[in-house]
Design a protein around this ligand. Structure first.
Ligand SMILES: Cc1cc2nc3c(=O)[nH]c(=O)nc-3n(C[C@H](O)[C@H](O)[C@H](O)COP(=O)(O)OP(=O)(O)OC[C@H]3O[C@@H](n4cnc5c(N)ncnc54)[C@H](O)[C@@H]3O)c2cc1C
Length: 495
């Protein structure tokens, strides 16, 4: 096509957009301000995954690599996890979810009784149904609206729309399937996969349960292998990748995006610009005055959650860690009230721990684990700096929750690396540290995410804060949608 495209950002959405555009014959330059590609998918210290760790919906990447004439399996080694996640409430109450539906139902039966096991099977069928209803008309489609969903896409009007449960909250819906509050908590946690509260998010998000059941994949060598594979593929397809290249503004000529300017003043002309930075950075002037109206500004109250994360190497004992582990607090509602109403990390946090050297049950080599520990936090990193004393306080609360579930972490030789919302804001500017774009709170929230096209011709968006939503596969889908939009617009311009 000969269309020149500048992609701003080398996160998952940017990389995928660049690959798809290059495969379609565009001349693509990808500019990434950090020294390495990957964005939120990053490593710290001795190869510790410090961003996403749960890899699902591999079909998205199977398709991307396939369309580029290769295969995902040729580029990364994946193994399906048998234990999806291990959950603990104290040092006796533990529950594993398995890839196998009946194995999970049996585990839930032993944990909470036969009625809960039946509830789980009903819940799983419902989650599958919602996912299958939405895959084509929502996940794969350019920005759908409630009307386009209700009138088209086989939804057959409002009754069809009701099938995806947009009008009740996840927490209310879960109460119909589970009497045990621990199970409501466990499945309500899926709202946090897009940085939201189960008490405010629509029940539609129960589809995440199906996504996990469809396959949680362990990436040999760590999640970053996926970024490395995408980066290599992009280069093979002719994408010019420049790391350490920060874009300071987007040029608009006669109302159309016509290129970018780097902080050192270099100008790169382009027929289209795809922004993989969070769209919130546009109205907040991180790309100059000309594009502030490209998308609506996101109010701070509408942001998804941020996090505090600890990455470290340590010896552990007292609790048999699996790859993915969740140590639940007793009062889940209070956690989200803390984050979204009181604007502080939870007083008693639920802690997610990824032990990346463990495949299901295997102990790590030489008994030392590489760990990522994570608690939810408000996206206030543009208004607040977390002091050393505050970080020490949240660290104590986090370790105390792990100890309460029997997990002892031997004080590490080196201090953990802690990332707080203000650190995330510096990495992903204009977000306050929100890691998943806008929170999915209320039935209309998913439709408020911007789509690939902006108000400015020639300027497009790709990434986890754009439709169809947050998470590695969703950001990848958004990259595909952005590329498709550029190609369609480029083709029509040529016609
Ligand atoms: C701690 C954590 C845990 C997570 N866990 C999971 C999980 O288990 N599973 C899952 O699927 N998802 C998870 N996620 C979410 C997932 O990581 C993101 O949704 C996804 O990686 C976002 O990709 P993106 O395309 O939006 O790009 P981003 O990762 O947001 O990257 C955007 C890129 O743009 C660059 N950029 C910004 N401004 C400029 C500029 N001016 N010039 C040049 N470059 C610029 C940035 O440096 C960055 O590299 C997690 C995220 C975090 C942070």
């Amino acid at each position: 096509m000969g269309v020149r495209v500048a992609v701003v950002g080398g996160g998952i959405g940017g990389l995928v957009a660049a690959i798809e555009l290059a495969v379609a014959g565009c001349e693509v330059t990808l500019l990434e301000r950090q020294a390495a590609l990957g964005g939120k998918l990053r490593v710290l210290g001795p190869g510790i995954d410090a961003g996403p760790t749960v890899f699902t919906m591999r079909w998205v990447f199977d398709e991307i690599f396939g369309r580029a004439g290769t295969s995902l399996d040729d580029r990364v080694v994946l193994r399906r996890a048998n234990v999806l996640a291990r959950h603990a409430w104290d040092d006796t109450a533990q529950l594993d979810l398995y890839a196998d539906l009946q194995e999970t139902a049996d585990a839930i039966g032993r944990f909470a009784g036969a009625a809960e096991a039946r509830g789980f099977l009903e819940f799983s069928a419902r989650a599958k149904n919602i996912y299958e209803t939405l895959e084509k008309p929502f996940l794969r489609a350019q920005l759908p609206t409630p009307i386009s969903l209700a009138t088209g896409a086989g939804f057959s009007g409002l009754p069809g729309l009701m099938r995806i449960s947009p009008f009740e909250t996840l927490s209310k819906a879960l109460a119909k399937f589970f009497a045990d509050p621990r199970l409501r908590q466990l499945f309500g946690r899926y709202a946090t996969y897009c940085g939201s509260s189960p008490y405010l998010a629509p029940a539609t998000l129960m589809l995440v349960a199906h996504v996990e059941r469809d396959g949680v994949w362990l990436v040999k060598g760590g999640m970053y292998r996926l970024v490395a594979a995408l980066g290599a593929l992009a280069q093979e397809k002719g994408v010019s990748i420049r790391c350490g290249a920060e874009v300071s503004s987007i040029d608009i000529v006669r109302g159309r995006a016509s290129g970018i300017v780097l902080v050192d003043g270099e100008r790169i002309e382009a027929d289209a610009v795809v922004v993989n930075a969070d769209p919130a950075s546009l109205p907040q002037k991180f790309f100059g005055d000309a594009v502030v109206r490209a998308v609506p500004d996101v109010k701070a109250q509408a942001r998804s959650q941020s996090a505090i994360t600890w990455t470290l190497q340590a010896r552990t004992s007292g609790f048999p860690l699996s790859r993915h582990n969740v140590f639940f607090s007793r009062d889940y509602k209070a956690e989200f009230d803390d984050v979204f109403d009181r604007g502080r990390p939870p007083e008693t946090p639920t802690v997610y721990v990824c032990a990346q050297d463990r495949d299901d049950e295997d102990a790590p080599p030489e008994g030392v684990d590489r760990l990522l520990c994570l608690i939810n936090a408000p996206a206030d990193g543009d208004r607040k700096n977390y002091s050393e004393a505050e970080i020490a306080g949240w660290s104590r609360k986090m370790w105390s929750r792990l100890q309460g579930c029997g997990l002892q972490v031997t004080p590490p030789d080196t201090q953990p690396t802690v990332t707080t919302p203000d650190n995330f804001e510096k990495l992903f500017r204009g977000t306050g540290g929100a890691l998943y774009g806008q929170a999915v709170h209320g039935s209309m929230a998913t439709f408020r995410r911007p789509g690939a096209a902006t108000r400015i011709p020639g300027l497009y968006l790709a990434g986890g804060a754009t439709h169809p939503g947050a998470g590695v596969p969703m950001a990848a889908l958004s990259g595909r949608l952005a590329a498709a939009r550029v190609i369609a617009d480029g083709a029509s311009t040529r016609r």
